[in-house]
Design a protein. Structure first.
Length: 136
């Protein structure tokens, strides 16, 4: 993955686990999702594994029900400190992620810090949750 190469990460050090259901999304959701995923993976690569530690980054996208999607981007790194409010941080990247989720996707974002960092994003689909049969 290009973002791994741009950060000089060897795939043997940090494993990327992707599990994305074959669904159709409109361009108004696909672009913000791509930006969100890129930003959260970049943050994991920059901060989750200090000193070149080994770890795993996961990206999951699936349907919860007929029209609700759940995106989970997580890592098993050191985690975001409990005293940091990701919605109000000085980090432009996390503010951008929050704004994209809430304003573009009209969704909800939560953070679970129990096993590293796990962002859980839920949003409504624009195609009634239809799965794609053509692999796109």
């Amino acid at each position: 993955m290009l973002v791994f190469l741009s950060h000089g990460v060897k795939t043997r050090t940090i494993v990327l686990n992707i599990n994305i259901e074959n669904v159709q999304l409109g361009i108004d959701q696909s672009i913000p999702l791509g930006l969100i995923i890129n930003e959260l993976i970049t943050n994991s690569l920059k901060y989750a594994f200090p000193g070149g530690g080994k770890g795993e980054i996961k990206v999951f996208l699936h349907l919860i029900d007929e029209n609700t999607f759940e995106l989970i981007v997580s890592d098993n790194g050191v985690g975001i400190p409990y005293d940091v409010d990701f919605r109000k941080t000085e980090s432009l990247g996390l503010r951008l992620v929050t704004m994209l989720v809430e304003n573009q996707l009209k969704g909800k974002i939560d953070l679970d810090r129990r096993k590293g960092t796990e962002f859980i994003i839920k949003f409504q689909g624009s195609n009634n949750g239809k799965k794609s049969n053509n692999g796109c």
